[in-house]
Design a binder for this molecule. Structure first.
Ligand SMILES: Nc1ncnc2c1ncn2[C@@H]1O[C@H](COP(=O)(O)OP(=O)(O)O)[C@@H](O)[C@H]1O
Ligand SMILES: [Mg+2]
Length: 264
């Protein structure tokens, strides 16, 4: 874990209770409940249009619940208020601002918080160094490969040293080789930062390989099932070849299919 004071405060716990979100009177998310532990890595899988993005945005405070509640806790389980710097977001394809340099993109969350230029560029440089992206600071996003753009987006999500990292299908548009490399990167970042991570993905394999638990949002709108605990001999190539891995993927698949059979 970093010696940075914010990181030492540890990952945020998240208690989601009976979360429902409606848009124009229609349910986007029907009933989601889950207790995410401080420092846990939770993957969320579910049908397309089942409310995964909606749940993630609600956890990040980007939209209000129609009913239910979301509370945050510290490592000791005490309730805490969450500020904008506590939460980092990483979206599909990175969503970098095309008119800003790489460094200015990474520094953006600090700029929005009113942090001075010198300090935020130092922080951006440190994150880019961590992501092995030194030398591209002055480049524009369009000059980078898809994989590099996602690394920049991860640097931006982490630049405030968040206690909660929310990732919405971040690597879905990348080729398999790049994706596996970024999955490994994400896992090590999650471990060293101590941040709680919530990853939405359409890949069952990715969900199982990275997570401590997998939450299935079943149906459309999605209803949360009991999270599936992941126990693997390792998280590398050997882990991926293990019987445990294959069996867990099958269990998650079955949970998902039970939903679509009911909906059909
Ligand atoms: N801002 C919005 N306004 C209206 N409907 C929305 C909005 N965001 C999402 N929806 C609808 O809510 C449902 C769930 O969407 P979403 O959370 O994006 O699902 P997922 O991420 O699981 O694919 C979908 O039917 C979608 O069309
Ligand atoms: Mg989505």
């Amino acid at each position: 874990m970093s010696v940075d004071g914010r990181a030492l405060r540890g990952g945020l716990g998240v208690r989601v209770r009976d979360a429902r979100v409606q848009f124009q009177g229609t349910d986007a998310l029907a009933n989601a409940s889950v207790h995410i532990q401080s420092g846990e890595f939770l993957s969320i899988v579910g049908d397309s249009g089942g409310g995964k993005t909606t749940l993630l945005r609600a956890i990040g405070g980007l939209l209000a619940l129609t009913s239910g509640s979301i509370d945050f806790t510290d490592v000791a389980g005490a309730s805490v208020q969450v500020g904008p710097r506590d939460v980092g977001f990483c979206f599909q394809e990175g969503r970098l601002l095309p008119w800003r340099t790489v460094a200015a993109n990474v520094a953006l969350p600090l700029e929005l918080e009113g942090v001075g230029k010198g300090e935020r560029l130092d922080a951006a440089h440190a994150m880019l160094e961590r992501m092995r992206l030194v030398g591209v600071e002055r480049k524009m996003p369009s000059q980078l490969s898809g994989g590099m753009r996602m690394r920049v987006a991860m640097a931006r999500a982490l630049v405030t040293r968040p206690r909660l990292l929310l990732l919405d299908e971040p690597f879905g548009a990348l080729d398999e080789f790049t994706r596996v490399a970024l999955d490994e990167e994400l896992l090590s970042l999650a471990r060293e930062s101590g941040a709680t991570c919530v990853l939405v993905t359409h890949s069952i394999q990715e969900a199982v390989l990275l997570a401590d638990r997998v939450l299935v949002l079943r149906g459309r709108p999605g209803v949360s099932q009991t999270p599936i605990a992941v126990s693997l001999p390792s998280r590398d190539e050997d882990g991926r070849m293990s019987l445990e891995f294959a069996s867990l993927c099958a269990i998650v698949q079955r949970e998902l299919r039970a939903g679509s059979e009911r909906a059909a």
